[in-house]
Write a protein that binds this ligand. Structure first.
Ligand SMILES: [Zn+2]
Length: 281
């Protein structure tokens, strides 16, 4: 008859420190699992929890060259170029840091050829580096040389008639136009119709001048009237006449005159079309 099994006094399984050790070991395992799980969330899925870090991503790489297969024009320094090929949603005025898709993307408008008669308008753009050179300085502004010669001739003849005309804006490069456009949108919203988007301005061509006064009443002034009667003979035409906003996309701008050359200017006036349609946009 075997002796009854009784716990040996020296069996470690029955010592209090044995159970204490087991408890410490279990607690350690649980702690390790918790730490590992937390670390995985913090590094692998941080983006959804921190939209600011998403919004920062495009700008952090936006200054790098982003060869785009969608647009033929290079934009090596475009801050608007998105490293992602997000759908074109040019909603610069409503961009919010919490919505990465609102980051301005490449302009999807059709690209038109660069030249004196480029049909650039709100729906058609010229390349970022398009300018109809050579540019010369006139009254402190840069202007296409042929247009400048015509301007000087027109100015002299106007002066002989007692009319003073002077340039208040001429060539504006892409980046300058972008600044102006952004300011207009900030002040008046994305539907404003006085400032062209960068790449869509006739001023970028270097063949267009703003004269005397940026107000609608300029059209009724002696200088405004003189231009409407005479400017085409020198090759200048008013791009945005009154009552044609639906076709031009712009409010009446009696101060904004584009040089086409005398022959083309005369043909345009005889066409009865808006300038953008006449030029083929
Ligand atoms: Zn203008």
């Amino acid at each position: 008859m075997p002796p009854p099994v009784t716990p040996a006094a020296d069996d470690v399984r029955w010592q209090p420190w044995y159970y204490l050790g087991l408890a410490v070991l279990a607690l350690s395992i649980l702690t390790a699992v918790a730490i590992f799980t937390n670390a995985a969330c913090g590094s692998g899925s941080a983006s959804p929890a921190s939209p600011s870090s998403i919004a920062a991503t495009p700008s952090a790489t936006g200054t790098t060259v982003q060869p785009s297969v969608a647009t033929p024009e290079p934009s090596p320094t475009s801050p608007a170029s998105s490293p992602t090929s997000a759908p074109a949603t040019p909603t610069a005025g409503t961009a919010e840091p919490s919505t990465p898709r609102a980051t301005p993307t490449e302009d999807p408008s059709p690209l038109v050829g660069c030249g004196l008669l480029a049909p650039v308008d709100q729906d058609h753009r010229i390349s970022r580096d398009c300018v109809v050179g050579p540019l010369v300085e006139v009254e402190g502004f840069s202007l296409n040389a042929e247009a400048a010669a015509a301007w000087n001739s027109m100015k002299a003849d106007a002066s002989a008639d007692g009319i003073d005309i002077y340039i208040i804006s001429a060539y504006r490069g892409y980046d300058v136009q972008k600044q102006l456009y952004d300011q207009e949108v900030a002040a008046f919203g994305p539907d404003q119709n006085t400032s062209a988007k960068p790449g869509h301005s006739e001023h970028q061509l270097g063949t267009t001048v703003d004269i005397n006064d940026l107000s609608g009443s300029f059209g009724d002034s002696p200088a405004g009237q003189w231009l409407q009667q005479n400017a085409a003979r020198y090759g200048f035409v008013m791009s945005y006449p009154p009552g044609r906003e639906g076709q031009t996309g712009y409010a009446y701008e009696p101060w904004h005159w584009r040089y086409l050359g005398p022959g083309t200017a005369s043909a345009y006036l005889g066409s009865g079309q808006t300038l953008n349609r006449f030029l083929g946009s």
